[in-house]
Design a protein around this ligand. Sequence first.
Ligand SMILES: C[S@@+](CC[C@H](N)C(=O)[O-])C[C@H]1O[C@@H](n2cnc3c(N)ncnc32)[C@H](O)[C@@H]1O
Length: 234
Amino acid sequence: MPGQTTSHRLKPPPERLYGRQTGHALRPRQERLLAETLPRLRVDLSAPLAPLAGCVELWLEVGAGGGEHARALAATHPAAGIIACEVFRNGLCSLLAPLVAEGAEATGALPANLRVWDEDARVLLRALPDSALDRLYLMFPDPWPKVRHAKRRFVHPQLLPLLARVLKPGAEWRLASDDPTYQGWVEQVMQDQSLFAPALDTPDRPAGWPPTRYEAKALRAGRRPRYWVFTRRP
Ligand SMILES: C[S@@+](CC[C@H](N)C(=O)[O-])C[C@H]1O[C@@H](n2cnc3c(N)ncnc32)[C@H](O)[C@@H]1O
């Protein structure tokens, strides 16, 4: 990317979209995962995603949480390069832990088609070239149900042009939410725009969509998720 050599030179967006970045104090194994495994997977914006060059498609998951969804995608779609974005450190540890055995954090083999972005997803999105992505995932985003927090919702009229810029024409944006306020919000925001075409809206998780931790929590609590696919209009 012209003029950018490391992610640290990129300015963070002014508004935070997420809540806390740390939860429980990290155990030594988790510290090692962040110190030794994460740098081996971290997206390096100084090289244009070179390690994923062998992949025929590039998919991005925003808010990957504990990483079960991104890991499942990487395992079942070896020709797709998957970038999992997550800012919550405990989530990142859950994402990384199944990938390497204890003691092998610095050396254990890692999936060739999985990368991690551990800063705000918008920083990466802004740095990506036009039409870089073949697919975007946003699974159970933070709902920010209070009206005064609506500007923190990832599905937002102001963010749609950025998402549309980095997605190839015809690329899929897969989205799910269990929150009734957010479901109504998605409906309204997506009705009022022309960059994406609706392709699917269903209460049943479509075949081939890996489950996520938040989805399981929602189902246990009796909430009814909705799953959408929008395609980038040509
Ligand atoms: C409700 S959780 C859902 C996690 C996972 N997708 C699932 O379904 O289990 C939303 C996650 O998005 C992350 N997140 C929110 N805004 C983000 C942003 N701008 N960049 C990266 N991650 C973000 C949060 O840290 C949180 O872990």
